[in-house]
Write a protein that binds this ligand. Structure first.
Ligand code: ADP
Ligand code: MG
Length: 281
């Protein structure tokens, strides 16, 4: 039994506090959903946990079986058993999927002899074309193909915990079913999942155990799958407070005049890695 434990996690980006105290525990085989309005901090949570540069953790902890994740570079977090399906998977020209996964295996001392067979097998399971194994990672792939690619990496690497940041965005219905069935099968053998989504469909496929509502960087409600159904019917109104609209991380107001009059309110932080391999969205 493994445990991903997040306690009192607060984080800033560009001097603005986005996560204002997150407590969450995911155990082996469990599927926890994180749902919340645009700009609530869902992707920030995924980036902070995986170790994307540019975020500052101001307090709190995140541990995987007692290992302090926050003190490790991203690759060591991956070796500790954490995997992130990115909301916007990064294109990596010059590196093929098979080279990338072979390097991951080699780095953790796992044998790579049957790598291709393993990958072909997994690609077939989720309807991902074999030709992508040798093409540069994510380059010129459609949104749906990128999410299949992420799912394939997850199934081959066999992490202990996976954060899915909107796995369902960009996937058509058949692809969503195939990818979520694959992740669900992995939960049967112990994978713990933190599934960020706006929709109940993927939660039904994954058979979510718990649903958390994230607003303004904090979890305002937790419950069973019925909480997602309520959300789908009623929206977020019950969990949004008047002061949220004023908060720096509140969703941007629509600029009805189209003159960029709100543009100056958007804090901008440069990703120190630029649009390179770590510039995930
Ligand atoms: P979600 O995934 O819930 O839609 P995000 O975590 O992407 O939200 O963003 C939360 C808030 O943090 C938003 O208001 C967003 O504008 C802000 N934010 C995210 N990344 C940066 C950044 N690099 N610099 C400044 N603000 C950021
Ligand atoms: Mg997001």
């Amino acid at each position: 039994m493994s445990e991903l434990v997040i306690e009192g996690l607060r984080a800033t980006v560009g001097g603005t506090e986005i996560l204002t105290g997150i407590d969450l525990t995911v155990r082996s085989g469990e599927v926890h959903a994180v749902m919340g309005p645009n700009g609530a901090g869902k992707s920030t949570l995924s980036h902070v946990l995986m170790g994307r540069p540019g975020y500052e953790v101001t307090s709190g902890t995140a541990t995987l079986d007692g290992i302090d994740l926050l003190g490790l570079p991203a690759w060591e977090r991956a070796q500790a058993g954490l995997f992130l399906v990115m909301q916007y998977p990064t294109e990596v020209p010059g590196v093929s999927l098979i080279d990338s996964l072979s390097a991951s295996f080699a780095a953790s001392g796992r044998p790579t002899d049957d790598m291709r067979a393993r990958m072909v097998d997994e690609a077939e399971r989720i309807g991902f074309d074999e030709k992508f194994l040798d093409r540069p990672l994510n380059v010129d792939l459609s949104g749906g193909e990128k999410k299949r690619n992420e799912t394939l990496q997850l199934s081959v690497l066999e992490p202990r915990f996976a954060i899915l940041d909107e796995l369902d965005s960009g996937l058509d219905i058949d692809a969503l079913r195939a990818c979520s069935a694959r992740v669900e099968a992995a939960t049967e053998t112990g994978l713990g999942v933190l599934c960020i989504t706006h929709y109940t469909r993927v939660l039904a496929e994954l058979r979510a155990d718990r649903v958390h509502i994230l607003v303004r960087g904090e979890i305002r409600a937790s419950g069973g799958p019925e909480l997602a159904d309520r959300l789908e019917a009623e929206g977020y109104t019950a969990w949004i407070r008047p002061e949220d609209e004023m908060a720096p991380s509140a969703p941007r107001p629509v600029d009805v005049f189209g003159e960029g009059s709100f543009a100056d309110q958007q804090p901008v932080v440069e990703d120190p890695f630029g649009p390179g391999p770590f510039a995930a969205g």
